[in-house]
Design a protein around this ligand. Structure first.
Ligand code: PML
Ligand code: MG
Length: 242
């Protein structure tokens, strides 16, 4: 089956980045998804875009890696403080020593477009471009469920994050991913790892805060780091939910 990757990004002069989304879909669905992503770009609550980019690339079936979605659990928390303590506890359980420092470095990712790639033990930052960060891309949920397809016209934070986290933590050198949304009204975040799966934390920041970002925690040598960045940015992945 011929597949295509479609990526949409929209921006305007006042806000900068407004919205972005991506899909990997069969050729016969290409037209309808272009329309949906365009609608999504035009209807975002952040404002009207003055620039919309739709990038479409053909993908060969043999280039695609299929991964089962991480198992999902939820921890209910009542405050940002409680949520951060849960993250710290999971980092400890993953065998990391510098849990407090990692939480504090996480805040530096809030100003970045992509994610921070941080050495889990030395706390060295590993992104080649620190302002841009690492953008995990070329991934989608493989589904035949029509409801999931319709949902594409609006953002589904959870589905999109589960796909990204599954791709990211499936790499052998990634120990965990931490994420807080930058959407002011979305306070659920997560810590994902091979060991504990995708752990949703219901309150991880204050309501109304536009501060959010991602850290990928890496363990390995320089060569493994280059291979990991290549995987995060180039490997085509379809995530399957059972
Ligand atoms: C984002 O805004 O893209 C991050 C979404 C985090 C989703 C957390 C969840 O609902 O599980
Ligand atoms: Mg956002």
């Amino acid at each position: 089956m011929n597949r295509y990757s479609i990526k949409m990004r929209a921006s305007n002069k006042e806000e900068g980045h407004i919205s972005g989304a991506e899909k990997i879909i069969p050729e016969e669905e290409l037209e309808q998804y272009c329309t949906r992503l365009l609608a999504r770009a035009l209807q975002h609550s952040k404002g009207k875009p003055d620039f919309i980019n739709l990038k479409i690339e053909a993908i060969k079936e043999e280039e695609i890696l299929r991964l089962p979605a991480l198992p999902v659990t939820t921890v209910e928390t009542a405050s940002a403080e409680e949520g951060q303590a849960v993250v710290q506890d999971y980092l400890r359980r993953l065998g990391l020593a510098h849990t407090k420092e990692i939480l504090s470095i996480w805040q530096q990712s809030y100003a970045m477009r992509g994610a921070m790639l941080l050495h889990a033990d030395t706390l060295q930052r590993l992104e080649p471009d620190r302002a841009r960060g690492i953008r995990a891309t070329y991934m989608d949920l493989e589904t035949s469920d029509p409801a999931a397809k319709t949902a594409c016209s609006g953002k589904n934070h959870f589905n999109e994050a589960l796909v990204l986290a599954t791709k990211v933590v499936s790499h052998p050198n990634i120990v965990a991913e931490l994420c807080i949304s930058d959407d002011p009204d979305y306070v659920t975040g997560y810590i994902a790892s091979k060991q504990f799966g995708y752990v949703r934390i219901t309150t991880l920041k204050e309501m109304g805060s536009p501060q959010g970002g991602r850290i990928f925690l890496f363990r390995g040598n320089e060569q493994e780091c280059s291979a990991c960045i290549e995987y995060l940015q180039q490997q085509k992945v379809l995530v399957q939910r059972t």
